[in-house]
Design a protein around this ligand. Structure first.
Ligand SMILES: [Zn+2]
Ligand SMILES: [Zn+2]
Length: 135
């Protein structure tokens, strides 16, 4: 399965040449701010698996994990598209809402649920992690 996607205005496009190694929903406070929603879904891909074209800008901040997270977005329309994690160099995450076929996203778990808002209604069938996906 080859996944592709892009931003709202169409200036940024991407293609993944490998399957995701992790899929989940991050409920940390920074993801709430950056996304404007209760959580940010993410699919992580192995190094060099995601090819992008177009004007992507990255914003770096220190997350609840204590590690730096870079969030990439289209410079023109602001769509949240990519994630890079200091803790796992080389890996690129994509925001599955930007996929051409978003139904292909299947989250494995919810993480940083300790920061989740009362109006964040989660799938009870997914495993929950209080903080990072590792536990
Ligand atoms: Zn755009
Ligand atoms: Zn997060």
């Amino acid at each position: 399965m080859k996944l592709s996607g892009g931003c709202l205005c169409g200036q940024v496009r991407y293609e993944a040449s490998a399957d995701p190694v992790f899929s989940g929903n991050c409920h940390c406070t920074d993801c709430q701010h950056a996304s404007g929603g209760p959580y940010a879904p993410v699919m992580m891909f192995p190094p060099n698996a995601v090819n992008t074209t177009g004007p992507v800008k990255y914003f770096a901040s220190k997350g609840d994990s204590g590690h730096v997270i870079e969030r990439g977005f289209c410079q023109n329309c602001g769509s949240q598209l990519f994630v890079k994690l200091e803790a796992v160099p080389g890996m690129v995450g994509i925001r599955p809402g930007s996929l051409d076929a978003p139904a292909n996203f299947q989250p494995d778990l919810d993480f940083f649920v300790s920061s989740a808002q009362p109006w964040d209604h989660m799938n009870p069938e997914l495993p929950k992690r209080q903080r990072s996906p590792q536990g």
